[in-house]
Design a binder for this molecule. Structure first.
Ligand code: GCV
Length: 698
């Protein structure tokens, strides 16, 4: 036991040089002044004590000197540490009737001014602290309570696309918030400031329930391949910080590492020497990194090496790494983003949307128990609107994780406000069997399956949106995307609007009416972004390479398989069985029928599934071309309104945040006008159909 008041008085700062986002010290005003008893000397409990001291420090509450006057006493410890002597009679009795979850869940019990935060595992204590700060005023229950909570999903992962060096894709591939918090100049950052930043990050993400972070890009270059050997001790220092917050460390690995690092002449997953090499390396990694959680692999994808090179299947590849990881309770996340990126645009029979299902569905049941297939939420690539990937429903005998993109590659690059909680929630609530009879199978059920069925591990993964910017996410309001991701990964059934309210209330101190307005602006921002960019599910239309701003034909004659097929009569991709690529047949019968028929296909996905004339009348009543004009004009007006709302809010938030968001809105408005004008002009010139409202089209 470490009596709180007797710890060294070393100074610990609560968020050093970075924005505390949804964890400002003021939220812990009451918690920070309680007398605290920490039971246990494991790293998680120790770090938690450090947090409480930091909160009570110069920038936090009044500090432990006031302990005796508050009458508040906090006891923190895992179940096995609790004794009646420490708890006292009332808490002991309350604990007796509380059903503390076995895994990473937690329990908070309050009786007569004493609060117990307990869990079966240390990581649960972190999540419980997050709950206290989030849901209790001042971080302290107002009266007696028993609150028990556990995550619905086992694997709740943030994937960083961070590189060790700057390159054509930047230090952070698709990163819009500065450089990497983990790497710089070809090295792992282990200086005190960098590790403090990692600690702050770990606090943030563990408070919302994230339990694993992959440090490096799925595109593993020569430098990052050496994270497994020459940089391993440095990685261990970062991993120790994450581990102390209940967050496991993952590494992306290069499938051909047995050749590049091991000096073998092959990376064939069925070659014994390759298996032995992975086993040896993995043992060293797992025994060096505190809280090592496993590997992430992008294989046979976008020019990365993979098992196909050796005539092997993805199951062969994944199982080779899974075998090496199994002794260490670690998993391999095997990405299903596999498609032909050298397509001939003249060939209309090849459909990139089909690729993941075509490659992986037939392998269901062939993967090791600790292999997790990581499936992007849609069949293409994180567009503002896509149907849900049919592969998510086609792997009943395999571990699955749905992958979302928190970083806003195609959704405004953290220059535009585009809150994605609504999109992810829509995906998670999507019933893969809808209209087909039988039990509903929501994407959330797939992600939560391992908890319910005790089968292969399942989860939710997000591509992280943070960097070295002081506000973490470039656009201060994009913090809410990180927040929503973690909370939805913990419980995919949560209402995204409620999560926005939580985020706004925790992050700012706004009068109630302005808080409501901000929630509304953020809540509709995904729909607003959609309304001035690529219409009706067709996707892309972005500038090739960096993917920011409009270029309607930018990808039309490229090898990437991302076409809209606009001609003088119409637009859209025919993915029907009757006359198109047959993609609709990848869905269970109910959805296959809905998507196949142009009359039942939802408007917002019409051009994803069908090639239609510009005069086609939508369920909403207007023609395709008129819908394009109307929504593009409305989209820009909505951005103007959102920017005006921010001006009312700006005086109530820190000056740096006010200015940051103001500038981002100015850029969003400029860019939205560009989108509106290019898309409208394109459709007008192709179709020759004038705007019914006579507005200016160029
Ligand atoms: C990390 C898209 C992105 C790439 C990314 C890839 C992936 O193609 O543009 O930057 O690579 O997806 O998810 O692997």
């Amino acid at each position: 036991m470490v009596p709180y008041g007797q710890q060294d008085d070393q100074e610990v700062a609560w968020f050093t040089g970075s924005d505390p986002c949804w964890l400002p010290a003021r939220r812990a005003a009451r918690l920070a002044t309680a007398r605290t008893t920490l039971l246990g000397d494991d790293p998680v409990t120790a770090a938690l004590g450090e947090d409480l001291r930091a909160l009570a420090g110069p920038t936090g509450g009044p500090g432990p000197a006031e302990d005796d006057t508050t009458g508040r006493h906090l006891v923190v410890g895992t179940l096995e540490r609790l004794t009646p002597e420490v708890l006292g009679t009332e808490l002991t009795a309350a604990l007796g009737s509380a059903d503390v979850p076995a895994g990473e869940g937690f329990a908070v019990l309050a009786r007569g001014g004493r609060v117990l935060l307990t869990a079966a595992r240390p990581a649960g204590l972190r999540h419980g602290l997050g709950w206290l700060l989030r849901s209790q005023p001042g971080g302290w229950p107002a009266g007696d309570l028993v609150h028990v909570e556990e995550p619905r999903v086992d694997l709740r992962v943030l994937d960083h696309w961070d590189n060790m060096t700057d390159g054509p894709m930047g230090v952070v591939e698709r990163g819009y918030a500065g450089d990497s918090i983990f790497f710089a100049d070809g090295r792992v950052r282990t200086d005190a400031a960098a590790l403090a930043r990692v600690r702050d990050y770990a606090r943030l993400v563990s408070s919302i329930g994230v339990n694993a972070v992959c440090l490096n890009n799925v595109n593993v270059h020569a430098a990052e391949a050496h994270l497994l050997d020459e940089h391993l001790d440095d990685v261990a220092r970062v991993a120790a910080v994450l581990d102390a917050h209940g967050v496991r460390t993952l590494l992306s690995v290069d499938f051909s590492a047995p050749i590049s690092l091991g000096g073998l002449d092959t990376a064939d997953p069925l070659d014994e020497r390759v298996a032995a090499w992975w086993a040896g390396v993995t043992k060293r990694v797992a025994t060096t990194l505190p809280g090592f959680g496993g590997y992430v692999v992008k294989a046979d994808s976008e020019n990365r090496p993979g098992p196909h090179t050796y005539g092997r299947t993805h199951a062969d590849g994944a199982n080779c790494l899974a075998a090496a990881l199994a002794p260490f309770d670690a998993v391999v996340f095997w990405r299903c983003f596999v498609y032909d990126c050298h397509q001939d645009w003249r060939d209309r029979s090849t459909d990139r949307a089909r690729a993941a299902h075509d490659h992986f569905a037939r392998l269901d049941g062939q993967f090791a128990p600790n292999a997790v297939l990581q499936v992007k939420n849609g069949p293409m690539d994180f567009q503002v609107r896509e149907p849900v990937s049919p592969l998510l429903g086609a792997l009943p005998r395999t571990g699955v994780a749905v992958e979302f993109q928190i970083t806003q590659e195609y959704t405004g690059q953290q220059k535009h406000l585009c809150h994605l909680g609504q999109q992810w929630s829509e995906v998670l609530r999507f019933d893969l069997h809808a209209h087909g009879g039988g039990e509903p199978l929501r994407v959330a059920d797939v992600a939560a399956r391992s908890r319910r069925a005790g089968g292969a591990p399942t989860g939710v993964v997000g591509v992280a949106n943070v960097g070295t910017d002081a506000n973490w996410t470039g656009h201060a309001l994009a913090q809410a995307n990180l927040y929503a991701f973690g909370r939805l990964a913990w419980d995919p059934g949560l209402d995204p609007d409620l999560l926005l309210r939580e985020w706004v209330e925790q992050t700012f101190e706004l009068p109630a009416d302005l808080a409501g307005e901000l929630v509304e602006v953020m809540s509709r921002s995904w729909a607003v972004y959609e309304s001035y960019t690529a219409p009706l599910g067709v996707g892309w239309m972005v500038r090739p390479g960096h993917h920011y701003g409009p270029d309607v034909d930018g990808y039309e004659y490229t090898p990437w398989g991302t076409y809209h097929f606009a001609d003088r009569d119409g637009i859209g991709v025919d993915r029907t069985v009757a006359t198109g690529t047959g993609y609709t047949a990848q869905y269970p019968a109910g959805w296959a029928r809905v998507y196949e028929d142009v009359r039942t296909c939802p408007d917002e996905l019409l051009l994803f599934f069908h090639h239609v004339p510009y005069s086609h009348v939508l369920a909403g009543g207007s023609t395709v071309v008129q819908h394009v004009y109307d929504t593009r004009f409305a989209g820009v007006e909505a951005v103007e309104e959102s920017a005006a709302t921010w001006e009312r809010i700006a005086g109530h938030v820190p000056a740096a945040t006010a200015e940051n968001v103001r500038q981002r809105f100015a850029e969003q408005l400029r860019s939205a006008r560009e989108w509106r004008d290019q898309v409208n002009t394109y459709f007008f010139r192709k179709s020759g159909v004038p705007d019914a409202a006579g507005r200016r089209i160029h």
